[in-house]
Design a protein around this ligand. Structure first.
Ligand code: AMP
Ligand code: GLY
Length: 420
């Protein structure tokens, strides 16, 4: 079979790596990919938002299955376009992808099917939003209504911070949209729950925990994610998450004729009143993908094809991990606001480590950084603490210059629940 993966980051590198182990797969293409992916797949020079270009490529290459990693083509309707042209694609329709691309849409659906989430209000008017924040006080959360690569969210611990976010989002229009969701601040432990979904069928994956803030101890701005691990010794509420979040959501989407297909991402908070949803995404999490796929004993392509095959009986189920996994993101100095790129980075050979490249290119003999998140260093072990030690020992061996930084506390929330 020929597989096309859409995206260019560490998540797509990991998807290509997992697909390369499938007994069904002969060829993998990644558009637009990155140089490191070249070792296991062919990288194709088509931008992720050029959905017509991708369609022409998929038709001419007779691609058997397309897997979409990144969100932009989903919002543009790549799934609708591919399906209309007789191609198989594991991705949500443009309408279903609104679960991620419009916070307002997601919040309304949750309200309709009784999924617990933070109370919220939507604003387009700057003055109205400012008075609302003055009345509500802090902590409070300001979210841009639209895609912003995980960066359009400000968790404001004081009113000044909230007001400067409103200025950026509604006055200066930094994300091009003019709509914000202002949300109640939720307190608790955050975790990620992802499922492979087709209509009302799903395969639930182990919980993982991302580290969204840029710096240690959850300080600094929100990022796309600075590191993750799976599974989580401290959270085990699979039944509740399936019964109260995933099932009502996918059933509601089917009922309103916007069925979901693809990777469904639920960002959840375990609060004192039970699980509440922070956000849904219509794609695999990044870097959560990189710490999940290595510990799933499945043929990913076969699993997706079975899920999509409506002629076959299917029982929704949970997959258990075969080991533990932890990954640390190496980022460019200045990420997320202003990453300084163009620096050499060395990846010594090490068979105990998996390296998924996010933003590098190869020049002569070296990799050079070309984006905010540069690579994810991943280790697998029966013990999460040993996996962590393997990752940090490897990072030490990279002799990183000050052009890069990484968090040194990935996994710390879990370690107190484990024996050393
Ligand atoms: P989002 O893009 O909606 O996932 O938000 C990014 C990050 O901001 C989340 O992963 C949380 O860490 C934090 N966050 C978002 N919404 C809330 C909330 N209502 N209460 C507390 N933290 C939040
Ligand atoms: N790591 C968070 C996300 O992929 O949205």
């Amino acid at each position: 079979m020929k597989i096309l993966i859409i995206g260019r980051g560490a998540r797509e590198h990991c998807l290509a790596w997992k697909c390369s182990q499938s007994k069904l797969v002969s060829t993998i293409f990644v558009a637009k990919g990155n140089h490191a992916i070249n070792k296991i797949a062919s990288i194709i020079d088509i931008e992720e938002d050029d959905i017509n270009g991708l369609l022409n490529f998929a038709l001419s290459e007779k691609i058997d299955l397309t897997i979409v990693g990144t969100e932009k083509p989903l919002e543009l309707g790549i799934a609708d376009l591919f399906i209309a042209n007789g191609l198989k694609i594991f991705a949500p329709s443009k309408k279903a992808a609104q679960i991620e691309s419009s916070k307002d849409f997601a919040k309304n659906i949750m309200k309709e099917c009784g999924i617990q989430t933070a109370a919220y209000k939507t604003f387009s008017d700057y003055e109205e939003a400012m008075s609302y924040v003055t009345i509500k006080g802090a902590p409070i959360v300001i979210k841009n209504d639209g895609l912003a690569g995980g960066k359009g969210v400000v968790v404001a611990m004081n009113v000044e911070e909230a007001k400067s976010a409103l200025d950026l989002f509604l006055n200066k229009n930094i994300y091009g949209e003019k709509k914000v969701v202002i949300e109640e601040y939720l307190e608790g432990e955050e975790f990620t729950f992802m499922c492979l979904v087709h209509k009302n069928r799903f395969i639930a994956l182990p919980f993982s925990q991302d580290h969204k803030r840029a710096f240690d101890n959850d300080l600094g701005p929100n990022t796309g994610g600075m590191g993750a691990y799976s599974d989580m010794p401290q959270i085990n509420c699979y039944e509740e998450a399936i019964k109260n979040v995933v099932t009502p959501l996918i059933e509601k989407l089917e009922e309103i004729e916007i069925p979901f297909t693809g990777f469904l991402y639920a960002g959840l908070m375990q609060t004192k009143d039970g699980i509440k949803v922070i956000e849904f995404n219509a794609r695999f999490g990044d870097p959560e993908c990189e710490v999940l796929l290595p510990i799933l004993d499945i043929d990913l392509v076969e699993t997706i094809l079975n899920l999509l095959d409506e002629s076959k009986e299917f029982t929704s189920h949970l997959i258990f991990p075969i080991s533990k996994c932890l990954g640390v993101v190496i980022a460019s100095k200045g990420y997320p606001e202003n990453p300084i790129i163009g620096h050499d980075i060395f990846f010594p050979e090490n068979k105990n480590i998996l390296i998924f490249h996010a933003a590098t290119y190869f020049k002569e003999t070296n990799f050079i950084s070309c984006g905010g998140r540069v690579a994810v260093i991943v280790a697998i072990d029966d013990n999460l603490i040993t996996a962590r030690n393997k990752v940090y020992t490897y990072i030490d061996s990279m002799n990183l210059t000050d052009d890069f930084f990484y968090r040194k506390d990935i996994g710390n929330n879990a370690f107190k629940y484990l024996n050393n």
